[in-house]
Design a protein around this ligand. Structure first.
Ligand SMILES: Nc1ncnc2c1ncn2[C@@H]1O[C@H](COP(=O)(O)OP(=O)(O)OP(=O)(O)O)[C@@H](O)[C@H]1O
Ligand SMILES: [Mg+2]
Length: 328
């Protein structure tokens, strides 16, 4: 782990044990994010994105979730070794998460300003009430909300304003890492861009590392430095945004780009690629993208390829791409 690394996830395996079978949600995922860097995590529904986020935050529901392996280093410490109590302290202080739905994340019966003040005081108990309140007002204004709305309740705020407050709370403690799980999906398209823009500038200003989960390649292009594409709980391709956008190599990544709605159509989400997502309770021994792949051959059924570095910093999990690289 380099000096500048904010978070490193190594060999994460998480399954859900349900009555319908074992859902192999995350299968040996590794990545790291540097301080001040934003990594996009992209993939279809059910790919395991939220499960990865919850693993880092120590918020997996046990049962049914079970972490079979994995080390998660934040600030040099392995979070998987922490007690529940220690994780509680880490959440909000060193790592915070913004969820998809801004309607549920704020407490409806507490004034918005008080909710921000509470987090600030938790982070720095030496502050007086007046000092913490002043900071909370600053935070509100930083996210573009007038300070005099401090005394209002969440229902008096629009969806976009609520999500901006949630982001303000998430950033209030200047965490090492912020995880944003589709932070703008529940918002109007016009507000989405505003909230994303605000988040980007705050993240940049505070030099926070960010894991940004999204279905939207436009957001990745606009905000992220690097990107991992996930399918059936595995990273199938990762690299800089330039690698992924200018030179996508995995058939799945290419498929996702092929299914990007054109800009003049008012569709935000990726439409799925042909075929059904593989059943996570019944993953094959070989490449899990086999049944949907335009390039598959018999060879693909002989092994499960490894994620291989095909050019510096660009990783792909596909035997055909590997063969191409070997043959030069
Ligand atoms: N509490 C749970 N119990 C059982 N299975 C679960 C649970 N949570 C998630 N799963 C399953 O684990 C797999 C990964 O789910 P996850 O929510 O991590 O996907 P995701 O990539 O975040 O999807 P989305 O884009 O829809 O948010 C899916 O097959 C999902 O049905
Ligand atoms: Mg999710």
């Amino acid at each position: 782990m380099g000096n500048n690394t904010a978070v490193e996830v190594k060999n994460l395996i998480v399954h859900y044990e349900t009555e319908e079978g074992i859902v192999e949600a995350v299968n040996n995922v590794s990545f790291s994010i540097e301080k001040g860097e934003v990594m996009g995590l992209v993939g279809e529904t059910g790919a395991g994105k939220t499960t990865i986020a919850l693993s880092i935050m120590g918020l997996l529901p046990h049962p049914p979730a079970k972490m079979y392996s994995g080390e998660i280093y934040l600030d040099g410490e392995d979070l998987t070794k922490k007690s529940l109590k220690e994780m509680q302290k880490i959440r909000g202080k060193k790592a915070s998460m913004v969820f998809q739905d801004p309607m549920t994340a704020l407490n409806p019966v507490i004034k918005v300003g008080d909710q921000i003040t509470e987090v600030i005081k938790l982070h720095d108990p030496s502050l007086s009430d007046a000092e913490a309140q002043k900071k909370a007002i600053d935070m509100l204004e930083m996210v573009g909300i007038k300070g005099d709305r401090f005394e209002e309740y969440p229902h008096q705020f629009s969806g976009g304003m609520k999500q901006r407050v949630i982001i303000a709370i998430a950033l209030a403690c200047q965490p090492e890492l912020i995880i944003a799980d589709e932070p703008t999906t529940a918002l109007d398209v016009t507000i989405q861009a505003q909230v994303m823009e605000m988040m980007k500038s705050l993240q940049h200003e505070l030099n926070t590392a960010m894991l940004l989960i999204t279905h939207d390649f436009g957001i990745v292009a606009n905000i992220c430095q690097k990107c991992a594409v996930i399918y059936a709980g595995e990273i199938v391709e990762s690299g800089t945004v330039a690698h992924i956008f200018d030179n996508p190599m995995h058939p799945y990544t290419k498929g996702l780009f092929g299914s990007i709605p054109s800009l003049d159509k008012d569709v935000e989400r990726l439409t799925p690629i042909k075929g059904q997502v593989v059943d996570p309770t019944d993953l094959p021994e070989y490449c899990s993208f086999y049944n949907r792949c335009d390039y598959c051959t018999e060879k693909c059924k002989e092994c499960d390829p490894k994620l291989v570095e095909v050019e510096p910093g660009h990783f792909v999990k596909c035997i055909h791409v590997m063969q191409g690289a070997e043959e030069g």
